[in-house]
Design a protein around this ligand. Structure first.
Ligand SMILES: C[S@@+](CC[C@H](N)C(=O)[O-])C[C@H]1O[C@@H](n2cnc3c(N)ncnc32)[C@H](O)[C@@H]1O
Length: 208
């Protein structure tokens, strides 16, 4: 699936700074070096996570996984607010270090709950850590979501909930059980441009 840059306003460069490109890191992980496997870094905001947690009914008994955790924003907020165990994978080594530092800054009661692994989600999705997750969070572009849809569907069939921030997961509409529309105008950073706000304005929940 070929994405138009208009579909993903942050595809060339994330707002507010230049991250080492996903493409560069993907070179170290041949299984995701193809263009269509790549998603750039854009962190979810805490106000969004605070909406998602009750909407998706996360509890301290959940094990939450973020495929491409970036700077750890979602996992760190989830573990500190809910007290759930968290795991995930991120391909960009700089972001992994940043996420570990962010988790450590929250103290051991939070950081001890979070297992942050460097690697590709293609590898991670065959790991034991992934198999233990009861909630999978994805904040990725449609082309990537489409490629992982079958594996996500297999997990949903076992009772796992999948949360997709930003985009619906192609091919999983029969599993979609809820849609969250944020009130971006009230809560988004006023510097966020309209195209980005539109993308960030929804989350989708998939379950049995
Ligand atoms: C839109 S960001 C989301 C970050 C985080 N989940 C959040 O919501 O704050 C997507 C992340 O996926 C990572 N990523 C892209 N391709 C990946 C791959 N094949 N394996 C693991 N991580 C990947 C990127 O480096 C980026 O940090």
């Amino acid at each position: 699936m070929q994405l138009e840059s208009d579909d993903v306003p942050w595809v060339s460069e994330p707002p507010g700074g230049v991250m080492k490109s996903t493409r560069e890191w993907a070179a170290a992980y041949p299984e995701c070096a193809a263009e269509e496997w790549q998603t750039p870094f854009l962190p979810i905001r805490n106000w969004q996570v605070d909406r998602i947690l009750p909407w998706a009914a996360l509890t301290a008994d959940d094990v939450v996984c973020d495929l491409g955790f970036g700077d750890g924003s979602f996992l760190i907020r989830a573990s500190s607010v809910i007290g759930c165990q968290c795991t995930g994978v991120e391909i960009n080594g700089d972001l992994v270090e940043r996420a570990k530092a962010n988790a450590a800054s929250m103290g051991s009661s939070v950081s001890s709950l979070i297992d942050l692994q460097e690697g590709s989600f293609q590898q991670f999705m065959s790991s034991e850590s992934f198999a233990k997750a009861t909630v999978i969070f994805v904040h990725l572009v449609p082309g990537v979501l489409q490629k992982m849809a079958e594996q996500l569907d297999d997990r949903i069939a076992t009772g796992v909930r999948v949360i997709s921030q930003g985009y619906e997961i192609p091919g999983l509409c029969s599993r979609k059980t809820s849609e969250l529309a944020y009130n971006c105008d009230d809560e988004r950073d006023p510097t966020t441009d309209e195209a980005l706000a539109k993308f960030m304005g929804h989350a989708f929940l998939y379950s049995q």
